[in-house]
Design a binder for this molecule. Structure first.
Ligand code: GSH
Length: 211
Protein backbone atom coordinates (compact mmCIF):
# COMPACT_ATOMS: atom_id res chain seq x y z
CA UNK A 1 0.00 0.00 0.00
CA UNK A 2 1.28 3.45 -0.94
CA UNK A 3 0.61 6.77 0.76
CA UNK A 4 1.56 9.88 -1.20
CA UNK A 5 2.21 13.15 0.60
CA UNK A 6 1.49 15.75 -2.06
CA UNK A 7 0.70 19.36 -2.84
CA UNK A 8 -1.31 20.17 -5.98
CA UNK A 9 0.70 21.05 -9.09
CA UNK A 10 4.09 20.46 -7.47
CA UNK A 11 6.85 17.83 -7.75
CA UNK A 12 4.48 15.23 -6.33
CA UNK A 13 2.49 15.31 -9.60
CA UNK A 14 4.80 12.87 -11.36
CA UNK A 15 4.38 10.30 -8.61
CA UNK A 16 0.63 10.82 -8.43
CA UNK A 17 0.35 10.27 -12.19
CA UNK A 18 2.66 7.23 -12.03
CA UNK A 19 0.40 5.66 -9.38
CA UNK A 20 -2.60 6.31 -11.64
CA UNK A 21 -0.81 4.78 -14.65
CA UNK A 22 0.12 1.74 -12.58
CA UNK A 23 -3.35 1.45 -11.10
CA UNK A 24 -1.78 0.87 -7.68
CA UNK A 25 -4.01 1.37 -4.62
CA UNK A 26 -2.87 4.50 -2.83
CA UNK A 27 -3.92 7.06 -0.30
CA UNK A 28 -3.33 10.79 -0.78
CA UNK A 29 -2.29 13.06 2.09
CA UNK A 30 -2.31 16.79 1.39
CA UNK A 31 0.70 18.73 2.68
CA UNK A 32 -0.83 22.18 3.02
CA UNK A 33 1.86 24.69 1.99
CA UNK A 34 -0.42 27.60 2.99
CA UNK A 35 -0.16 26.35 6.57
CA UNK A 36 3.56 25.53 6.32
CA UNK A 37 2.74 21.84 6.84
CA UNK A 38 5.92 20.85 4.96
CA UNK A 39 7.89 22.16 7.96
CA UNK A 40 5.78 20.38 10.57
CA UNK A 41 8.13 18.33 12.82
CA UNK A 42 6.13 15.14 12.16
CA UNK A 43 6.47 15.65 8.38
CA UNK A 44 10.18 16.49 8.66
CA UNK A 45 10.72 13.07 10.20
CA UNK A 46 9.51 11.59 6.91
CA UNK A 47 11.13 14.15 4.62
CA UNK A 48 13.98 16.06 6.32
CA UNK A 49 14.16 18.61 3.47
CA UNK A 50 10.54 19.62 4.09
CA UNK A 51 9.44 19.14 0.50
CA UNK A 52 6.99 16.99 -1.44
CA UNK A 53 6.72 14.30 -2.59
CA UNK A 54 7.15 11.70 0.09
CA UNK A 55 5.88 8.22 -0.65
CA UNK A 56 5.22 5.77 2.14
CA UNK A 57 5.72 2.19 1.00
CA UNK A 58 4.05 0.00 3.59
CA UNK A 59 4.94 2.71 6.12
CA UNK A 60 8.55 3.26 4.94
CA UNK A 61 9.19 6.80 3.63
CA UNK A 62 10.94 7.45 0.34
CA UNK A 63 11.81 10.93 -0.97
CA UNK A 64 13.12 12.49 -4.22
CA UNK A 65 10.61 12.42 -7.06
CA UNK A 66 12.92 10.96 -9.73
CA UNK A 67 14.11 8.19 -7.42
CA UNK A 68 10.54 7.33 -6.42
CA UNK A 69 9.54 7.23 -10.09
CA UNK A 70 12.37 4.79 -10.89
CA UNK A 71 11.50 2.65 -7.87
CA UNK A 72 7.82 2.46 -8.92
CA UNK A 73 8.81 1.48 -12.46
CA UNK A 74 10.93 -1.36 -11.03
CA UNK A 75 8.23 -2.56 -8.67
CA UNK A 76 5.56 -2.61 -11.39
CA UNK A 77 7.35 -3.80 -14.55
CA UNK A 78 4.13 -4.89 -16.25
CA UNK A 79 3.00 -1.26 -16.58
CA UNK A 80 6.07 -0.49 -18.72
CA UNK A 81 6.95 2.83 -17.12
CA UNK A 82 10.50 1.73 -17.92
CA UNK A 83 11.94 -0.36 -20.77
CA UNK A 84 13.35 -3.78 -19.85
CA UNK A 85 16.62 -3.67 -17.87
CA UNK A 86 19.74 -4.25 -19.90
CA UNK A 87 18.33 -2.79 -23.12
CA UNK A 88 19.58 0.37 -24.89
CA UNK A 89 16.14 1.91 -24.31
CA UNK A 90 16.59 1.40 -20.57
CA UNK A 91 19.95 3.16 -20.75
CA UNK A 92 18.26 6.11 -22.48
CA UNK A 93 15.56 6.07 -19.83
CA UNK A 94 18.14 6.47 -17.02
CA UNK A 95 19.92 9.15 -18.99
CA UNK A 96 16.81 11.29 -19.55
CA UNK A 97 15.51 10.96 -15.98
CA UNK A 98 18.84 12.10 -14.56
CA UNK A 99 19.14 14.88 -17.15
CA UNK A 100 15.65 16.22 -16.43
CA UNK A 101 16.30 16.05 -12.71
CA UNK A 102 19.73 17.67 -12.77
CA UNK A 103 19.28 20.23 -15.52
CA UNK A 104 15.66 21.19 -15.35
CA UNK A 105 14.13 20.33 -11.98
CA UNK A 106 17.14 21.69 -10.06
CA UNK A 107 17.12 24.97 -12.03
CA UNK A 108 13.38 25.34 -11.54
CA UNK A 109 13.95 24.96 -7.81
CA UNK A 110 16.20 28.06 -7.90
CA UNK A 111 13.73 29.88 -10.17
CA UNK A 112 10.83 29.34 -7.78
CA UNK A 113 12.76 29.50 -4.50
CA UNK A 114 15.21 32.47 -4.47
CA UNK A 115 15.76 31.78 -0.75
CA UNK A 116 17.67 28.63 -1.76
CA UNK A 117 20.29 31.03 -3.16
CA UNK A 118 20.17 33.15 -0.02
CA UNK A 119 18.10 36.07 -1.35
CA UNK A 120 14.48 37.13 -0.86
CA UNK A 121 14.26 37.85 -4.62
CA UNK A 122 16.54 37.19 -7.58
CA UNK A 123 18.48 40.04 -9.13
CA UNK A 124 17.53 40.63 -12.79
CA UNK A 125 20.86 39.03 -13.80
CA UNK A 126 20.26 35.82 -11.84
CA UNK A 127 16.69 35.64 -13.08
CA UNK A 128 17.83 36.02 -16.70
CA UNK A 129 20.53 33.37 -16.21
CA UNK A 130 18.05 30.86 -14.78
CA UNK A 131 15.62 31.60 -17.61
CA UNK A 132 18.37 31.07 -20.18
CA UNK A 133 19.30 27.76 -18.56
CA UNK A 134 15.70 26.50 -18.62
CA UNK A 135 15.23 27.66 -22.22
CA UNK A 136 18.43 25.89 -23.28
CA UNK A 137 16.85 22.66 -22.03
CA UNK A 138 13.73 23.37 -24.12
CA UNK A 139 15.98 23.92 -27.17
CA UNK A 140 17.58 20.52 -26.67
CA UNK A 141 14.33 18.67 -25.96
CA UNK A 142 12.51 20.31 -28.86
CA UNK A 143 15.22 19.15 -31.27
CA UNK A 144 15.21 15.69 -29.70
CA UNK A 145 11.43 15.26 -30.01
CA UNK A 146 11.31 16.66 -33.55
CA UNK A 147 13.87 14.04 -34.59
CA UNK A 148 12.95 11.11 -32.33
CA UNK A 149 9.36 11.57 -31.05
CA UNK A 150 6.50 11.11 -30.46
CA UNK A 151 7.65 10.16 -26.93
CA UNK A 152 10.97 10.88 -25.24
CA UNK A 153 12.08 7.29 -25.92
CA UNK A 154 10.62 7.26 -29.42
CA UNK A 155 7.48 5.15 -29.96
CA UNK A 156 7.22 3.90 -26.38
CA UNK A 157 5.60 6.02 -23.66
CA UNK A 158 7.53 5.82 -20.36
CA UNK A 159 8.09 7.40 -16.97
CA UNK A 160 10.37 9.98 -18.63
CA UNK A 161 7.25 11.44 -20.25
CA UNK A 162 5.51 11.67 -16.87
CA UNK A 163 8.44 13.60 -15.46
CA UNK A 164 8.74 15.89 -18.47
CA UNK A 165 5.09 16.87 -18.77
CA UNK A 166 5.07 17.96 -15.11
CA UNK A 167 8.21 20.04 -15.62
CA UNK A 168 6.78 21.55 -18.80
CA UNK A 169 3.66 22.69 -16.95
CA UNK A 170 5.77 24.70 -14.53
CA UNK A 171 6.87 27.01 -17.36
CA UNK A 172 3.33 28.26 -18.01
CA UNK A 173 3.85 31.63 -16.29
CA UNK A 174 7.44 32.12 -17.39
CA UNK A 175 8.37 34.83 -19.92
CA UNK A 176 8.61 32.15 -22.66
CA UNK A 177 6.40 29.15 -21.81
CA UNK A 178 7.45 25.81 -23.22
CA UNK A 179 4.53 25.75 -25.66
CA UNK A 180 6.41 28.31 -27.77
CA UNK A 181 8.68 25.44 -28.93
CA UNK A 182 6.77 23.68 -31.75
CA UNK A 183 7.72 20.04 -31.14
CA UNK A 184 7.25 20.49 -27.41
CA UNK A 185 3.82 22.06 -27.99
CA UNK A 186 2.72 19.02 -30.01
CA UNK A 187 4.20 16.74 -27.38
CA UNK A 188 2.32 18.62 -24.60
CA UNK A 189 -0.95 18.20 -26.48
CA UNK A 190 -0.36 14.43 -26.84
CA UNK A 191 0.61 13.99 -23.19
CA UNK A 192 -2.27 16.11 -21.91
CA UNK A 193 -4.70 13.90 -23.82
CA UNK A 194 -3.75 10.89 -21.65
CA UNK A 195 -6.43 9.61 -19.30
CA UNK A 196 -4.02 9.56 -16.35
CA UNK A 197 -3.18 13.26 -16.88
CA UNK A 198 -6.85 14.21 -16.95
CA UNK A 199 -7.54 12.16 -13.80
CA UNK A 200 -4.50 13.70 -12.10
CA UNK A 201 -5.58 17.28 -12.85
CA UNK A 202 -9.10 16.55 -11.67
CA UNK A 203 -7.94 14.94 -8.41
CA UNK A 204 -5.50 17.79 -7.70
CA UNK A 205 -8.07 20.46 -8.65
CA UNK A 206 -5.83 21.95 -11.36
CA UNK A 207 -7.54 24.16 -13.91
CA UNK A 208 -4.78 25.85 -15.89
CA UNK A 209 -2.52 24.19 -18.49
CA UNK A 210 -4.53 20.97 -18.17
CA UNK A 211 -5.37 20.63 -21.88
N1 GSH B 1 14.41 17.23 -5.34
C1 GSH B 1 13.11 17.21 -4.74
C2 GSH B 1 12.53 18.60 -4.82
C3 GSH B 1 11.12 18.67 -4.32
C4 GSH B 1 10.62 20.10 -4.18
O1 GSH B 1 11.37 21.07 -4.30
N2 GSH B 1 9.32 20.22 -3.94
C5 GSH B 1 8.72 21.53 -3.76
C6 GSH B 1 7.43 21.65 -4.57
S1 GSH B 1 7.71 21.54 -6.30
C7 GSH B 1 8.35 21.75 -2.30
O2 GSH B 1 7.99 20.81 -1.62
N3 GSH B 1 8.41 22.99 -1.85
C8 GSH B 1 8.05 23.38 -0.51
C9 GSH B 1 9.14 24.16 0.17
O3 GSH B 1 10.29 24.16 -0.28
O4 GSH B 1 8.82 24.76 1.21
C10 GSH B 1 12.23 16.17 -5.44
O5 GSH B 1 12.30 16.10 -6.66
O6 GSH B 1 11.49 15.44 -4.78
Amino acid sequence: MYTLFYSPGTASMVIHQALLEIGAPHELRLVDFDKGAQRDPAYLKLNPQGVVPTLLIDGRPMVESAAILMMLADRHPATRLAPAPGTPARDDWYQWIVYLSNSLAATYRFWFYPADLGAPEHSPEVRAALQRKIESVWDRLDAHLAANGPCMLGKEFSGVDLLLIMLMRWSRNMPRPVTEWPALKQYADRMRARASWKALCEREGLVDWVA
